[in-house]
Every structure is written in structure tokens, then in C-alpha cells.
Design a protein around this ligand. Sequence first.
Ligand code: PLP
Length: 388
Amino acid sequence: MDKEHYLDNAATTPLSPGVLDLIETVLRDVYGNPSSLHRKGQEAEAYLKRAREQVAKVLMAPPEAIYFTSCATESINSALKGAARRMGKRGRHILTGTGEHAATVETLKALEDQGFEVEEIGCDKEGTTSLESLEKKLRPDTILVTSMQVNNETGCLQPVEDMARIIKKYNPDILFHVDATQGFAKYPLFPESCGIDLLSASGHKINGPKGIGFLYMRRGLHLPELILGGGQEGHFRSGTENVAYIAGLGEAAQQMWDDHAAITSRMMRLKLDFVRELLETVPQIHVNGPAVDKAAAHIVNLQVENVRSEVLLHALEDENVFISSGSACSSNHPERKSRPLAAIGKSPKEIDESFRVSLGRFTTKEDMDSCLHALQKEIPLLRRFVRR
Ligand code: PLP
């Protein structure tokens, strides 16, 4: 079979070989229950401890602040619902970034149904959160603010450290949650030192396994436990821990973080060359969101005039190149198909014509060239069938 060129790393990443080896070893040999008092239990517990330290190191946080979960979605749900439950008596007002992931949007909708008032912070035409708007919208009854670190569709980097400063200056009791799923271990973010109370991320975006994530919870902040049982994870999330995947997440975090500056600058160079050549050789293509060099290194979102991205995606798939269009959804609901693009004023047609190329640690020049050549070939062909 021809070589595959996987450029959908913002959706998920392939396992790093070192992580796979570790998971195999733990699954096979480290089968004790970490809560057991005997040697086999202690052996498993040591893997949990190491992984907690590896994740904590990336955030420059104490290991006790890390709670393992099944994914970022679970962490986000736990953080937002837990914060609302904890703070609900003080106020009902919640602020959110625009173009957030469904994990946040749907959780906030559920909180609205319970009587909380959810309001979006404004953003500029590239999708960057407006600090002025944040300052204006904070209120005495605001209890929670939530924002992404890196937008998963446009790569827009949000000013979360500045947001934390503004929020905490206004009222240190307001909780600030950051969805760091796309930025964790790639971009430095130290929650304890900048005033972020809660932070969510998952393993599968950093060449770790799927089905494992974590929530950072500031020391001293005790959100109500959502899963009751044997008291694992500091009573926050009961249930016997997935030791192998937790070990894999820890290892993946360390591998990415140890080399993050080199990895992100390599991805940025590959992305810049790719976009420059594409724009030079194929007409009527536009970059959505921030300028290519201002967005996160691993993401670029492009609009190809008069070509539906879903059709383009499948044409590229036939060439063994894998990219992504917004989630499949009715084109009558562009905001559901891509909230970030709708938030920056893209029309339903423009959203329909937009796709994302996302790079990873193992992306090569050959992958980018294959994608470029496939686009150079397929776009003119597909444009011949445009209904006018
Ligand atoms: N938040 C962002 C920004 C994401 O990109 C994703 C995954 O696509 C999630 C949350 C959900 O992550 P998970 O699949 O680990 O639950």
C-alpha cells in the first residue's frame, strides 16, 4: 500500500513508539491494583506516581494537583459542572470564550438549563479573545470563566495568562478554567503561577493513548467529587485507575515537553513552506483565523473558493492524504459545523469550503509535499464541476 500522509493531528495523533512499548510492558507485567498494599500494588502505584510527576512537571505544578480522567471532555465536564456546583450560591454568571469545543459548549448549555447565565466574551476578526470585552463583562455575580488555550480549528492562541490576570484582579474568587487540550506540552502554560484554577487536557493529542486525560485543580480548591466509590484520585474520581494508559500519558507528556521548542519550530517551518507554496500555485485560497505564523504551529485552516471541503477531503483520501473538514452537520447550521469560523464572521458557504491541515511531532516534509501536490491536482479538477 502507498504511504499514508496523516495530517489530522489536531483530531488525534499516532502513538509514539516509546509510549507504546511502555503501555505494553505495564499491561503485561504491572497488573496489580494500585490500591493494594502488597508489592504488586505498590509497583502499579509507582507508575501512577511517576506519571503524575511527569504531567505536573510540564505545568510546573505540584503532582497532587493532577487528577487523571478518561479524556479532556470528562475533565472539562468535571471542571465546569463542579465549579458551578461549588460556586452556585455566590452567583450564576459564567463567561466563555467564543468558538469553544463542544465539550465546553454542551456542558455550558446544560448549566444554562439549570439556571446559570452563560455569556460569550467578544473576539477580534481572527478569533482572539478581546481582553477589553472580558474586562467589561466581568460582574459581581460572575463565578466562572472558561477559555481554550489553542483553538482546535484555527490554531488561534488565546491570551489566557492575561485573562487570568484580569479575572483575578477583578475578583480572586472567580474560578478560571482553561481547555488546554491542543496546547498542553507544546506551549508553556504554568497555571499555578499565572492564576488558572482548573486546566483540562488529554493524552491522545500528544502521541499518547486515547481514553486518558487529566484535570489540573489548584491546591486548596476542592470541587465536589463527581464519581463516588473507593476514593481513588484523591476522592475526586473513584474507580481503579487505568495504570497503563496513565503511564502512557505521563511518558507522552514528557517526550513532547522535553523537546517542545524544537518540535513546534519544526512544525511551524513545515507549515509556513506548505501554505506559501499552496497560495503561490493555486488561486482563490484564503487562510482562516490568525496569520499562519501567529497561529499554533500545528494547525492551519484554509478556505478553497468553490470547492466543498468534504468533497476535497475524500479526494485527498484517495491519494492517502488525511485532512479534516468541520464536523459533518447540516449546512443550514454553519455555527454547529464550525463555531470558531462562524464566530469570526465566515458565511455558511465559506465554512463549507474550509478545511484544516494539522501537523504532529512525526509529520515529515514528504507528508506536507504529498498534501500540497494532492491539493494542486485535486482543486482544479473539482472546480470544473462547480454549479454556477
Ligand atoms: N478541547 C479541545 C480544544 C479539543 O481539541 C478536543 C478534542 O478534539 C477536546 C477538548 C476533547 O478532547 P477528548 O477527545 O480527549 O475528550
